[in-house]
Ligand binder design. Structure first.
Ligand SMILES: C[S@@+](CC[C@H](N)C(=O)[O-])C[C@H]1O[C@@H](n2cnc3c(N)ncnc32)[C@H](O)[C@@H]1O
Length: 277
């Protein structure tokens, strides 16, 4: 037996080398998760049995191997909901909420296509906001689509969304008033400087299109114009240093009304454009 206070102290010290200043917070999240599973609440003077402590240690060991907290506990909050996450999907990022916020500021949409849907966090958050809308999520990863489908069930949105295996816009016949995407955009070079938590635990296909990092945008910009209704919108997440380059690509492809949006850290994060025939 050991007290919650002692376990938190010891595990925070262990986690410091991986989690730095977040060590205490992460130890608390993992212990709360462990106790919750066993139907107990975190109280500092509680004594924890050896079997619960041993289970908790397996979680700490996963974190010491740099596995992200959200993957260990299997969930992550994004926008207004909790999403299931696994090593098969990108962990939904706060940066991507800029895309949701900007989309909502552009008015109502009724038929939405999400390219590279991953956990489904973008399309499902938008469908939750636009109660009259329907949507399609595309991904090249069957495993990611399985997570997206579970999230649709969890949020009771399965009736308004379909998730399909595909390569960007290839083979899609429908037309949409909104196409959104947070594609893989890290260049092959920048992959070398990613933290271990990202590089070792998130799917490479979700992070990089290889090469200069712009390959997915080239495919999407080319395909999306055939799938948008006149005046339809294309809204993309971009890397903080890709604003000029992706704006240039949008202009070259004939998109109009191009807007660059910054995230809460004042970094370029979203580009939106209209397709006017
Ligand atoms: C950056 S993640 C975004 C996931 C999710 N939309 C989000 O914002 O958290 C990019 C997604 O694109 C998918 N993807 C990569 N290449 C693709 C392709 N050629 N066609 C469709 N999806 C692709 C990946 O599997 C991954 O789920």
């Amino acid at each position: 037996m050991a007290s919650v206070a002692l376990i938190l102290k010891e595990s925070s010290q262990l986690l410091e080398k991986v989690s730095g200043q977040n060590a205490k917070r992460e130890a608390k999240i993992l212990l709360e998760f462990t106790l919750n599973l066993k139907g107990k609440i975190l109280q500092l003077d509680h004594e924890i049995s050896d079997d619960i402590y041993n289970y908790f240690k397996t979680l700490i060991n996963k974190r010491l191997e740099f596995q992200p907290i959200s993957q260990i506990i299997g969930e992550r909050y994004f926008w207004k909901n909790k999403f299931i996450v696994s090593p098969n999907v990108l962990d939904p990022r706060p940066d991507t909420e800029t895309l949701i916020e900007h989309t909502l500021s552009q008015g109502k949409f009724y038929n939405i296509l999400d390219l590279g849907t991953g956990s489904g966090c973008i399309i499902l958050s938008l469908l939750d906001e636009y109660k009259d809308a329907i949507g399609v999520g595309i991904d090249k990863s069957e495993d990611a689509l399985n997570v997206a489908k579970q999230n649709a069930n969890l949020l009771s949105l399965s009736q308004r969304v379909s998730f399909n295996l595909g390569n960007w816009c290839e083979g899609i016949k429908e037309k949409f008033d909104l196409i959104i995407s947070n594609p893989p955009y890290i260049s092959e070079n920048d992959m070398k400087i990613l933290s271990k938590s990202v590089l070792n635990w998130e799917p490479r296909i979700a992070l990089t299109p290889e090469g200069d990092g712009l390959g997915a945008y080239r495919h999407i910009l080319d395909g999306a114009k055939n799938l948008l209704i006149p005046n339809g919108k294309l809204i993309l997440e971009i890397g903080y240093d890709q604003g000029k380059k992706v704006t240039h690509l949008l202009k070259n492809h004939g998109y109009k009304d191009i807007k660059l949006v910054k995230d809460i850290n004042n970094k370029d994060r979203v580009l939106s454009a209209s397709w006017i025939e």
